[in-house]
Write a protein that binds this ligand. Sequence first.
Ligand SMILES: [Zn+2]
Length: 90
Amino acid sequence: MAALIFIYLEHVRPVVDGVWHRARLTSVPAPGEHITMLCGLKAAAAFAPHEQRGARCIPTQCLPCDAAYREQLGWSVPKRPAKSKRRRKR
Ligand SMILES: [Zn+2]
């Protein structure tokens, strides 16, 4: 008998070196199976309880993955803020 744990694939955000990415998953990857993120990064799948997510650091978002995800949905892609040409007065 198996105890099924259902995973909503739309909510899966693979974290690699403290950066969370997005991947177009069609099934739950097997541990060790390589998955490709929307930004092109490839990494082996591993699983951990949610409580361990912030144990080492707070993950930050992969901007190329976010831009690719938004483009897929037809949303506008925020552009990086232009660097200010004004200099601080001393
Ligand atoms: Zn990414």
